[in-house]
Structure formats: structure tokens, C-alpha cells
Design a protein around this ligand. Structure first.
Ligand SMILES: Nc1ncnc2c1ncn2[C@@H]1O[C@H](COP(=O)(O)OP(=O)(O)OP(=O)(O)O)[C@@H](O)[C@H]1O
Length: 361
């Protein structure tokens, strides 16, 4: 039997004034020690989920459980939960040590104990040498670390992070992603992070919750989400995916044979659903799972190249299948013996062994 989750959202809905749906019957189990990321477009309910867990927002219906105990009515400060906000919410008139120690000052600790814990938290985030610095003297990345230290110093059971890296430039952001993940592993604390950046979610999380319109579309580890998205929404939100309307031809063991126009495809069904013969389904095909050649052969379909985009090691061909359906192919740049130009006809086929998901709506 799976161990009890640390946090459980049970049929949580949040309806804002005016009937705006923030969350729509969300069920979510968060495991002890995991790095869970809430991912989705603007307005999908990520921040509302976080605020419900923190206690800043009370659900319209449903329960929030912590280790099986109903904490729905508990005030934020009575929950063993801390939040790192997008803008860090640091006190500009206090120095680094005072900012980090602020949460502790509400607890009954001796001054010596407080100072020790502040020192340890700053060590954890690599800022021990800035202990006396004013917040205004710090860079964006350093402020971010102070905010983290202030949140971890209270040793919360759950650390909530609302777009914690969004104020940083791309380079620093990537570096902080690695640091955040390392910090989480060292602490063993459960982290729940909100982001709308899929690359960030994929690189940092143990599991990702993809949200859409107040509901959960799919919960899975990054590789599963990438390789086997369950819905069209998830497929198009994570990386680039061709969504090809395809006719079901029959099955070969657990492989389902389809055709998108003249292009033969093989797919797997996540749900176990077996379509009727001739039924049309959407098959998700990654650009790297399509091969392009200049010559027609068995198993290829012709496409017309409409544009070519330089992607470093690969060229991304944007093309059209016979019926005008758009398709994107990643072709290696140093492919022997062929080159494509806009307007050319290329012959594409599915890479052997590609795992194409059959997607539901
Ligand atoms: N206090 C509020 N009053 C009214 N509507 C709200 C309130 N807070 C959130 N909403 C609405 O609830 C929905 C979910 O909002 P939420 O902030 O959770 O989305 P989000 O996924 O975090 O978006 P973003 O990425 O833009 O922060 C949106 O339609 C939003 O407009």
C-alpha cells in the first residue's frame, strides 16, 4: 500500500466572487519529500492551489489534509507550511540576518539558538558571508537566497514556492534551478512550486501537475509527461508535439496502427482504449520522431516544406501534409546526401520504435 500523502487536497473547489472558477474539484496527493511543480498557463489555478495549501485562501468546498488531519480551517500561521513569494517580500530596512530571523522571533527560542539557526540557513543557501549586509546591497539572486533562507529557517513540513525564479535573468535562473533542487534534496523537505515555464518544471521536479482551467489534466514525472502525455492540452503544453488527425487501421500486439493521410503511424494507448476500425484519433508525434528524406519509399508520405528554422544541431522543418495539415520535423543538420529548401517536397516517416501517444481531448 502506498504511504499516506503528506498533503491531500480532496475535491477542493474555489469559486471567486462573480462565479469565477479558481479550482474545480481538485484531488491531489503530495508525497513526503517530493519536489512537486504546478504547471499551466496563466489563470489555470496554480497560485490558488498554493494559497489553499498555505491557508491564505479557504476552499469553497472540499478539504485540505496534512498527514490525514483536516487542516482546512487552520490559519496560515498555525500550519507547518512556509511560502517563498515571487517578489521575495523581504524587509528592506532589515539586514540579511534580521530578515532570515524574523520568522523565528515569533517562537520561543533563546538568542543563541536563533543566531545558530539563522547561520545554518544562510550556510545552506551559500550566503554566510552576507549575514550583516543590507537587503538593498544584494543582487537579485542573493535576495532570492535570503527569501529561501527565511523560509527554511522555520523548518516547515512543506515549502511553497510561487514562481520563485521569475525575477531572475535566464542564466541566473538556470543556475538557481540547480541550487533549488540541491537544497531540496539536502533538506528532504517537501517543495511545492508554481511555474508557467515548462523547461523549468521539467528540469527541477520529481512530479509535475499540469493544470488547465482549474482542473488537473495530468500528474506524472517529467519523462512520463514528455513521452506519454495523456491529453492534447498536455501534449501541446510540454515541448513541441505534432497533433495528427489519424485513422485507426488495426493493432499489432499493444501497438496501434494509424495513418495520418498517407503517413503510417504507430501509437500506444495510455488508457487502454481500443478505437473502432476507421475511427479518427489525435496522435501526438514529436518532431524528433519524424525522419525526412528526399526519396519516397515504403512507409513515407510527401510533405511540402514551408519554412526552415535553425536550431543548432538540428534544422526544424515546418511542412504541410497533402491535406494541408501542418507538421514539424527536426532533421539533423549534417544529414548525408540531402538538403532541403523552402518549397521542396520531403518524404517523411516515423522513426522506428517511436512512442506516439494516442491523445484524448
Ligand atoms: N482574489 C481573486 N478574485 C477573483 N478571481 C480570482 C482571484 N484570485 C484568482 N482569481 C481567478 O481564479 C483563476 C485562477 O487564478 P490563479 O491565480 O490561481 O491562476 P494562476 O494559474 O496562478 O495564473 P498566473 O500564472 O497568471 O499567476 C483566474 O481566473 C483568476 O482570475
Amino acid at each position: 500500500m502506498a504511504p499516506d500523502p503528506l498533503v491531500r487536497l480532496q475535491a477542493v473547489s474555489k469559486i471567486f466572487p462573480g462565479g469565477i472558477v479558481g479550482l474545480d474539484a481538485v484531488d491531489l496527493d503530495i508525497a513526503r519529500g517530493e519536489f512537486l511543480t504546478l504547471l499551466g498557463p496563466s489563470g489555470c489555478g496554480k497560485t490558488t492551489s498554493l494559497r489553499v495549501i498555505a491557508g491564505f485562501e479557504s476552499p469553497s468546498s472540499g478539504e485540505v489534509l496534512l498527514e490525514g488531519r483536516d487542516i482546512t480551517a487552520l490559519r496560515p500561521f498555525d500550519r507547518p507550511v512556509n511560502t517563498v513569494f515571487q517578489d521575495y517580500a523581504l524587509f528592506p530596512h532589515m539586514n540579511v540576518a534580521e530578515n532570515v530571523g524574523f520568522g523565528l522571533s515569533l517562537r520561543r527560542l533563546t538568542r543563541a539558538e536563533q543566531a545558530k539557526r539563522v547561520g545554518e540557513a544562510l550556510d545552506m543557501v551559500g550566503l554566510a558571508d552576507k549575514i550583516g549586509a543590507r537587503v538593498s546591497e544584494l543582487s537579485g539572486g542573493q535576495r532570492q537566497r535570503v527569501a529561501l533562507a527565511r523560509a527554511i529557517v522555520c523548518e516547515p513540513r512543506v515549502l511553497l514556492l510561487d514562481e520563485p525564479l521569475s525575477a531572475l535573468d535566464a542564466h541566473l535562473r538556470e543556475q538557481m534551478q540547480v541550487e533549488l533542487k540541491r537544497l531540496q534534496s539536502r533538506l528532504g523537505t517537501t517543495f511545492v512550486m508554481v511555474t508557467h515555464d515548462q523547461t523549468e518544471a521539467l528540469s527541477i521536479s520529481d512530479r509535475i501537475v499540469v493544470m488547465n482551467k482549474g482542473r488537473i489534466e495530468q500528474i506524472a514525472p517529467p519523462a512520463t509527461l514528455y513521452d506519454r502525455p495523456a491529453t492534447k492540452f498536455v501534449a501541446s503544453f510540454i515541448g513541441t508535439m505534432n497533433l495528427l488527425q489519424s485513422r485507426f487501421l488495426g493493432r499489432d500486439g499493444d501497438r496501434l496502427r494509424f495513418a495520418a493521410g498517407a503517413l503510417p503511424l504507430e501509437a500506444v494507448s495510455e488508457t487502454g482504449e481500443l478505437p473502432g476500425e476507421g475511427a479518427v484519433r489525435t496522435i501526438g508525434v514529436r518532431p524528433e520522431d519524424l525522419l525526412a528524406t528526399t526519396e519516397a519509399a515504403a512507409g513515407t508520405a510527401p510533405v511540402r516544406v514551408t519554412s526552415i528554422v535553425f536550431h543548432g544541431r538540428t534544422l526544424r522543418l515546418h511542412a504541410e501534409l497533402e491535406q494541408g495539415a501542418p507538421v514539424v520535423i527536426d532533421a539533423p543538420r549534417r544529414a548525408e546526401g540531402f538538403q532541403f529548401s523552402v518549397g521542396d517536397v520531403a518524404h517523411i516517416s516515423l522513426r522506428r520504435g517511436a512512442n506516439c501517444p494516442m491523445l484524448s481531448n
